[in-house]
Design a protein around this ligand. Sequence first.
Ligand code: HEC
Ligand code: HEC
Length: 411
Amino acid sequence: MYSGHWSENVKFLFAKKVKNTFFLWAFLVGLSLAFISLLSASTSSWATVPTGMQDWWVGKLPAWVPKPKEPAHNLMTTAKVELGRHLFYDKRLSANQEMACATCHLQEKAFTDGNAVSKGVTLEAGARSAMPLANVAYMPVLTWANPNIQSLETQALIPLFGEHPIEMGMAGREQALMQLFATDKTYQVLFNQAFPQLSNMAKKDKNALYNLATMTQAIASFERSLLSFNSPYDQYKYGGKTNAISESAKRGEDLFFGEKLECYHCHGGFNFTDNSDHERLKFPEQGFHNTGLYNLDGKGSYPSHNIGIAEFTGQPLDMGKFRTPSLRNVALTAPYMHDGSIVSLEQVITQHYALAGKASAGPNGTSPIKNETLVGFELSPQELKDIVAFLNTLTDTQFIQNKAHSDPWKK
Ligand code: HEC
Ligand code: HEC
């Protein structure tokens, strides 16, 4: 149990595939070259843009939003974002050539897939719901319940090469993938533009440029570029547009931030989650909570394939603790919760939070280990409309229509 998915998923990086010399070689060479060249370009730690290099973030964020942290070895550039966008939308990155990252992360659904749980290339169902990617740059920990995954560069390897569950099914096909990049005209140009410091070395050895390190750095850069700060609520709250949201939504806002519903305790801050990291924070904020969704045994247990961070910490009281999701664009990300078990926003309120957890309606009653701020509440029909109206104001249509985030292969 304790070793969990994470080690299962990356074990292949260090054990099973060691026999595959191309893979190991390309990976290690790529990684060290990337580090050496970037270290020589920048002398210091996080997020210091070397002199002469333009800071990608300038002009990208509204004044009221802090800048996210970016790793010093992978500072944002327009060229890396563009390469990452091509990779994110490329179905050739899967075993059956039919699945891209974008298959489960659709822009029109705020980068979710509309399914309760996702299916990979083998059609085996995974345990959890695909997650929205807006403002993922600010997330200090990734996925629903794995405290060990803290970088987008690392996370990208999981859908590509992970075997529990199989998503894109590329384990064992690393060589073919690098071959694709090295021979495809579009990728040749994009990789050279994204990693100009490796271009020269690649003339002697293509693995210096086409490897897992450069690939994941580009994908992560694209993901960090997915910024969503222009919902009607943002325009109302920070843009001074008093009529950007309805009177009903304004009453819903009061409910959301009030002590009856207590939503803001966990879904607080500019991203509507208590998980946050940015340049003004010394230590990242992390929030994993049990919301009382299940109580299978009277002691608060969850279905065995989805027990939350307890799978990694081994602590019984971590049973059912999942990362608080951001509520930005939440109207587009149904069905809800880690397992997609609640179909609508109305039901999230009436059948879950109002009852102090959905389990309260079941045979074993309210979970004894749910978060104590969740005590349930009664809402009038108008108040229910108001809170849902408020949640609907968090939809940023500019974000889901932004061409910079869309499929570059569609001409
Ligand atoms: C088969 C569907 C599927 C594919 C393909 C897929 N994902 Fe996901 N993605 C998911 C699911 C499901 C989760 C939640 C995983 C979990 O909690 O265990 C997720 C979570 C994530 C997260 C975490 C977001 C957060 O807020 O913590 C990121 C980032 C991500 N995916 C990026 C990618 C990238 C990059 C690719 C392509 C290399 C990709 N995904 C391919 C289904 C998919
Ligand atoms: C104690 C912290 C906490 C409080 C308080 C809280 N939430 Fe949540 N919320 C979470 C966590 C954690 C999840 C994910 C739980 C899971 O999947 O098992 C979640 C999930 C959700 C989701 C599903 C989002 C998605 O993408 O699937 C919605 C919607 C939501 N909460 C709305 C609310 C509203 C509205 C309130 C106030 C009535 C509220 N929350 C109060 C922690 C909290």
